[in-house]
Design a protein around this ligand. Structure first.
Ligand code: UDP
Ligand code: MG
Length: 315
């Protein structure tokens, strides 16, 4: 295969993005025209949109066969929609992953392709600047600092989904069996030679963010719990500490009784405090176990990550 004929597929999850789709199509079409050295396609995954997104993609696919539609049966969430698209990129030599809202500017994609042609198997776009502010921004920062400390496969704090996977990396990703997927974490886990391309993260071109804060928190939890045993380990340490302290207190009070220093039954407040404290520690412990157990249950059920209603365009 000559390098000039590389097939590049761009995977884009779409949820209620009718306001940005026309601009997205125009920017991608311009990119395709400016980069004739590649055979381009765009796989738009409609993640159960409740607006006219699917209709707009269908119309675009009808007039330009480089655009394809993968329509899911309902809203499965960004990570699942992304997986659905990545599994449907046909014989692409490399796959670009990006958001529909143009926060990830398509104009950077040629730099990914250049880095990939220079030998990188994975290219990550790395933000020189971020446009989020307030609670979202604070949440992202907290997550990245926690995640970096907890796991053995740290992700670069300034990278997200935007990037490129070469054929081998894509196959490795598609071959992963788990249902709870956290793309940046898994991309770090699969290894391969990785290059970073700096870019400026833009404001959303139109519309509102479609990922609720709750959903982002859930992805953050998935990231933490599926890449770290530290919560469990901390519990064990905590248990050891509390048990040790309890034993020492027991010895202390027994000695006082034996020596006759204290014989009356006192210490009601101490007792209540201890019971509440230990009860709390145990409930936290059960909660942490539950986080792992729930994820194990989901994996064991073997339900698919998403259901495809319809696809449009060649695979
Ligand atoms: N998205 C999706 N399913 C959802 C929510 C969002 O496919 O349930 C898509 C959305 O259309 C966009 C991308 O995921 O292309 C990122 O979403 P958004 O811009 O709302 O998230 P943020 O930029 O705040 O992370
Ligand atoms: Mg966005």
């Amino acid at each position: 295969m000559s390098a000039s004929a590389s097939k590049i597929a761009i995977v884009i999850p779409v949820f209620n993005e009718e306001a940005v789709l026309p601009e997205l199509f125009a920017r991608l079409t311009a990119l395709f025209a400016a980069q004739p050295g590649c055979t381009w396609s765009a796989v738009l995954v409609d993640d159960g949109s409740r607006d006219r997104s699917a209709e707009l993609i269908r119309a675009q696919a009808a007039q330009d066969p480089r655009f394809r539609l993968v329509e899911l049966s309902r809203n499965f969430g960004f990570q699942s929609a992304l997986s659905a698209g990545l599994a449907r990129t046909g014989d692409a030599d490399a796959v670009v992953t990006m958001d529909a809202d143009l926060q990830d500017p398509p104009e950077v994609i040629p730099e990914f392709v250049a880095a990939w042609r220079n030998g990188a198997d994975i290219v990550r776009a790395s933000r020189r600047s971020r446009s989020e502010t307030g609670l979202r921004r604070a949440g992202f920062d907290l997550f990245h600092s926690l995640y970096g400390k907890l796991t053995d496969y740290p992700i670069e704090p300034n990278t997200g989904t935007f990037g490129l996977l070469g054929r081998a990396a894509l196959e490795a990703f598609n071959g992963l069996p788990e249902r709870h997927r956290f793309f940046p974490g898994l991309r770090a886990w699969i290894g391969f030679k990785t290059a970073d391309v700096p870019y400026d993260r833009k404001q959303r071109a139109a519309g509102q963010p479609q990922q609720s804060f709750r959903r982002l928190v859930r992805y953050a939890m998935d990231g933490l719990f599926s890449f770290s045993y530290l919560p469990l380990r901390l519990l064990s340490y905590c248990g050891l500490f509390v048990a040790g302290a309890g034993f020492a207190a027991g010895v202390f009070f027994a000695v006082r009784r034996i020596l006759g220093i204290e014989t009356a039954a006192t210490g009601f407040t101490t007792l209540v405090t201890l019971i509440l404290f230990l009860g709390g520690v145990q409930l936290i412990g059960i909660g942490v176990l539950g986080e792992y157990l729930g994820r194990i249950y989901d994996e064991v059920k073997h339900r698919p990550q998403y259901i495809v209603k319809q696809t449009l365009g060649r695979d």
